[in-house]
Write a protein that binds this ligand. Structure first.
Ligand code: APR
Ligand code: ZN
Ligand code: ZN
Length: 361
């Protein structure tokens, strides 16, 4: 039976979000209804509510979530009622060329649930990023649910649903950081901080954190950075080279999403090193590099989308490492808030001491 629950709604471009009652229908074939226990506040939620990405207001927000499966529709076998799951915003399609070649992490034809949630008056609600998890319950495709060890704290587990996975994966999946490598991470917010943590997990020997905010640098040190560079006062390219015997880092992760910081990343890498762009640029941004430098420096220029993660492989593994005390995912939860605290969390997002605000239900 359709149920009424509370959820955060973005009603109009730029307007503050508000809590409203929505109707969640029963799961159809291939779908699941999940009782949300926690959902992190991500920059993309704010970008959606500011408008310009998908302006079909009103819509639901929240996509970094963990919860308990309440019911499943016909044909769903991979999860069932009572399972503790992390949600992802890109259930792979299984049909496209990437999927058929066995590289579903590059599937761009996501297969999220078709949206059937509404306001009480019947107004349709599309969920930003295909979830809508700032809500007591939400409807998703079963393929958006990954079972993990229920011993994990929901506020921590949910973070793998977006930003923290993006950063961890940028280092370990896309960058291929290995034992003994030198890594530089430019921008140490939630995403860059997770790249620092991922580099430590992968056994990097040197992890150089670069930021313009000393509080973020102090945070990065706690996550495993072996060196810190404030790029407001020190040239980061020179500093990274000096810290790597004049060579540059094996892997540089750019977690800001700006041409200047990308250019720094480009020149801070060792010849034949790898640059990973995980920060999200805006449409008007352009990169200008001497083509001869691109040619002459070799190596790989990569971008990382959702940390190139495979939820079924990466989520349970990372949760196990967390539960064993080997991966400090808890460090990313700066504060827990209620559903009606999302708008304030947006306002606090750019304060230096916030990695993640997490709604706990
Ligand atoms: N050089 C170095 N660091 C910078 C610079 C700069 N020029 N400008 C900003 N920063 C730092 C900020 O001080 C902050 O620590 O980058 C970090 C960005 O962190 P957050 O704002 O917490 O963003 P985060 O969630 O980590 O996301 C990073 O990826 O998902 C995208 O939209 C997101 O583009 C953003 C990026
Ligand atoms: Zn596909
Ligand atoms: Zn996100």
């Amino acid at each position: 039976m359709a149920q009424q629950v509370k959820a955060v709604i973005a009603r109009a471009k730029g307007a503050p979000v508000e809590v409203a009652t929505i109707v969640v229908p029963d799961p159809g074939p291939g779908e699941a209804v999940v009782r949300i226990q926690a959902c992190g506040v991500c920059h993309t939620d704010l970008h959606y509510r500011e408008g310009g990405i998908n302006d079909e207001f009103p819509f639901l927000l929240g996509h970094e979530a963990a919860g308990i499966v309440e019911s499943v529709g016909e044909g769903v076998t991979e999860v069932g009622p009572g399972d503790f799951v992390i949600l992802n915003w890109r259930a792979v399609c299984g049909q496209c060329r990437a999927c058929k070649r066995g590289r579903p992490q590059y599937c761009f034809a996501t297969h999220n649930a078709e949206q059937k949630m509404t306001l009480l008056d019947g107004t349709e609600l599309s969920p930003a990023l295909g979830i809508g998890a700032f809500a007591e319950k939400t409807l998703v495709a079963a393929g958006q649910c990954t079972k993990v060890d229920p011993a994990a704290e929901p506020a921590v587990a949910g973070l793998l649903g977006c930003g923290v996975m993006a950063g961890l994966g940028a280092a370990i999946n896309t960058g291929g950081v290995g034992r003994g490598d030198s890594v530089a991470v430019i921008g140490c917010g939630g995403v860059g901080g997770a790249a620092v943590l991922g580099s430590r997990l992968a056994g990097a020997a040197k992890i150089i954190a670069v930021d313009i905010d000393d509080r973020k640098l102090a945070g990065a040190q706690k996550l495993g950075a072996t060196h810190i560079v404030n790029s407001r006062t020190t040239d980061p390219v020179e500093a990274i080279r000096a810290l790597t015997d004049g060579n540059g880092a094996d892997v540089v992760v750019e977690a800001v999403g700006r041409p200047e910081t990308y250019t720094q990343a480009f020149y801070a890498r060792d010849l034949a090193g790898t640059v990973v762009l995980v920060g999200v640029p805006t449409p008007e941004m352009k990169l200008e590099l001497p083509l001869l430098d691109v040619f002459g420096r070799g190596g790989a220029l990569k971008s990382s989308w959702y940390g190139d993660c495979l939820p079924s492989r990466d989520f349970p593994m990372l949760i196990d490492l967390y539960l064993q005390g080997r991966l400090d995912l808890g460090a990313f939860v700066t504060e827990t808030i209620a559903l009606d605290g999302v708008e304030q969390a947006f306002a606090r997002m750019h304060e230096g001491d916030v990695l993640r605000s997490v709604v706990v239900l």
